[in-house]
Design a protein around this ligand. Structure first.
Ligand code: HEC
Length: 155
């Protein structure tokens, strides 16, 4: 596929997926499903297994292609969309490495998670299109968001 064509294809796919996820949330709320709310204690306890799972998904994804790649990156994308709910305000301290900077710069924190979800979506689209180079590039972009967030928001 020509490079520009592929870029447009990825951009269109991403826009569709973003819309779908927005509608997904809207539908879930209309159906009376409450948005996920975790207590400070629940959130702190959930983070370690959550973050470790992300590391494993990323490792699996970096070696995968095709359906396996799509599956790993879909889980990672959904985790990234969920990530902010694991950080209710004030859930630092008590052995947690989360920094208070998270809530002082909440928009920046959420923006990193969103950019990771977008990169994961690009990886899904590239895996579905069978474009190995675009896939690896998108996986690297997701991987970059781990350090980007940790540098700013983890002690
Ligand atoms: C938007 C911010 C953000 C992103 C993105 C993020 N992390 Fe984290 N991560 C944190 C914070 C904050 C903590 C500290 C949580 C705590 O100690 O309560 C953490 C903790 C961790 C830990 C330590 C868990 C433990 O056992 O205590 C690991 C491992 C980790 N992250 C891996 C990853 C990997 C791998 C990625 C990328 C796939 C990633 N994280 C993406 C914010 C982020």
């Amino acid at each position: 596929m020509h490079r520009m064509t592929l870029r447009r294809f990825l951009a269109a796919g991403l826009a569709t997926a973003t819309l779908a996820s927005v509608f997904g949330v809207a539908i879930a709320q209309d159906a009376g499903t409450p948005a996920e709310t975790l207590s400070v204690e629940e959130a702190r306890a959930a983070r370690s297994p959550f973050m470790r799972q992300n590391g494993m998904l990323l490792r699996d994804a970096s070696r995968a292609s095709g359906d396996e790649a799509v599956a790993a990156m879909t889980s990672l994308r959904d985790n990234y969309l969920r990530l902010p709910t694991l950080f209710p305000e004030g859930s630092h301290g008590d052995g947690s490495d989360a920094l208070p900077a998270i809530w002082e710069n909440w928009d920046a924190f959420v923006a990193i998670a969103e950019s990771g979800a977008e990169a994961a979506q690009q990886a899904i689209d590239a895996a579905e299109a069978g474009d190995a180079a675009a896939y690896q590039e998108a996986v690297r972009a997701v991987s970059g968001t781990c350090a980007q967030c940790h540098q700013q928001f983890r002690s």
